[in-house]
Ligand binder design. Structure first.
Ligand code: PA5
Length: 425
């Protein structure tokens, strides 16, 4: 289970400290589905609800793709891609032998990026997993059209056999196309919003193709959600949610999510969407940002240490490293580094993290630590369940509907009108 340490934030808490009564109330609202956006709270049940037949279908599709293709093109944006990308980069930063390379497209409109992917894809055999709950989002729709055309050029009348759709069970343009063409279809459940969908087929199919053991992920997620149902201030989701709400009310309006593992980068992107879209509304909300340590200490470190004092920092820590590497001893010691010779790099990293934490607290940045054991399927599942649960509780504590995203429509409306989409005003 995830552990949270808020002792590095204690000196910055306002009032009577974290409000666990409010956290308890928010948790109860969530559990009884009696709050705003209750129709979109099915994410907490996903791991228990997923049927063996669906897991079998996901694993069978993944095996088919792994057996015949060197690449999978995942088409999707926002909640329809960030979780899978976060998982794959965290757990499989380098594809293992026999693992297809997973490319993510449809998450922007850059022709340069698209052409870079096409160049890397070359003449590799590939499959496409198109993911869109609505089936109408412009960015993935454009990319899907492009990759469908490529499939047709490459595989002719067998092209449709290389397409896997993940979409709404009944509605939308993608569902209609899938039904017409006979593409295998996986479902984004009605009661789960995009940013909470990583433990559905949305995340699981790309993860399985990349060689991640999705059954292990699901089993671990069941255990973690059960543990997070604890109704007490020992619940790490309460601790994190209540601490960050308290700090926000005390003027810390920006939260930096930091990690010392570069492979965490897209998990941080996933987290930013989860928290930004859930809490940033009605004129309020903590602004979620992310940094990669120690790299960003040499770019953002100055600001964190001494810029505007509206920051709080949450560090995700894996207690075990996958690998060990000792720093070599050099008799000449021309670089003066022998004081760390023969020490494990992980040990040096731990010392650096302690030093950073102390410096940032001294500099006025409250520090919270979110700890899991390993960078593996269980660690990933724990982080997902923890951050989702804490996000819902934190959102309800702040008074917003954590499950809608009305603000996302404004740019789309303008864009559709400017592009001349029929019916757009
Ligand atoms: O969290 C969300 O709801 C969004 O990020 C969506 O996932 C994103 O806009 C993509 O939508 P769709 O899956 O309908 O293409």
């Amino acid at each position: 289970m995830v552990k949270v340490d808020t002792t590095g934030a204690a000196a910055f808490f306002g009032g009577n400290g974290p409000d666990y009564e409010a956290a308890a109330k928010a948790h109860e609202t969530l559990a009884t589905k009696s709050g705003k956006g209750a129709d979109f709270t099915g994410w907490g049940e996903l791991p228990r609800r997923i049927k063996e037949t669906e897991l079998d279908a996901i694993c069978a599709a993944a095996e088919k793709i792994r057996g015949r293709s060197q690449a999978l093109i995942v088409v999707g944006i926002g909640g329809s891609y960030l979780g899978a990308r976060g998982a794959i980069e965290l757990l499989k930063p380098l594809p293992g032998e026999g693992d297809p390379k997973v490319f993510f497209v449809g998450n922007g409109l850059s022709p340069d990026y698209l052409c870079d992917v096409l160049r890397q894809l070359g003449d590799k055999d590939f499959d496409v997993n198109v993911i869109s709950k609505s089936g109408t989002t412009l960015e993935p729709a454009v990319s899907f059209r492009i990759f469908r055309e490529l499939l047709i050029k490459k595989y002719g009348d067998k092209a449709d056999e290389h397409i896997f759709a993940t979409t709404d069970a009944r509605r939308g343009a993608l569902k209609a196309q899938a039904d017409e063409k006979g593409w295998p279809c996986f479902v984004v459940p009605d009661d789960v919003g995009g940013r909470f969908s990583v433990l559905s087929a949305v995340g699981l199919l790309p993860m399985a193709v990349a060689g991640i053991d999705v059954r292990r992920v699901i089993d671990a997620a069941i255990r973690e959600f059960d543990a997070l149902d604890l109704r007490s201030s020992e619940n790490p989701a309460w601790q994190y949610a209540a601490a960050r709400q308290n700090l926000y009310n005390a003027g810390k309006t920006v939260e930096l999510l930091a990690c010392y593992e570069p492979s965490f980068r897209f998990m941080a992107e996933w987290w930013k969407q989860l928290y930004g879209e859930s809490e940033g509304k009605d004129g309020i909300g903590i602004f979620p940002a992310s940094v990669e340590f120690t790299a960003d200490l040499h770019s953002m470190g100055q600001y964190i240490q001494a810029g505007r004092r509206d920051l709080m920092e949450t560090v995700v820590r894996f207690t075990k490293c996958r690998d060990e590497y000792k720093i070599p001893f050099d008799a000449a010691d021309a670089d003066g580094l022998n004081y760390v010779a023969n020490r494990d790099l992980a040990d040096v990293c731990r010392v650096a993290a302690d030093a950073v934490k102390a410096a940032h607290i001294d500099g006025g940045v409250p520090n919270m630590v979110v700890e899991v054991e390993e960078r593996n399927e269980e660690g990933f599942a724990s982080l997902v369940c923890f951050f989702e649960m804490a996000c819902a509780i934190s959102g309800y504590m702040s008074g917003v509907n954590p499950f809608d995203q009305p603000g996302v429509e404004a740019y789309k409306k303008n864009m559709f009108r400017m592009l001349g989409k029929p019916g757009a005003k």
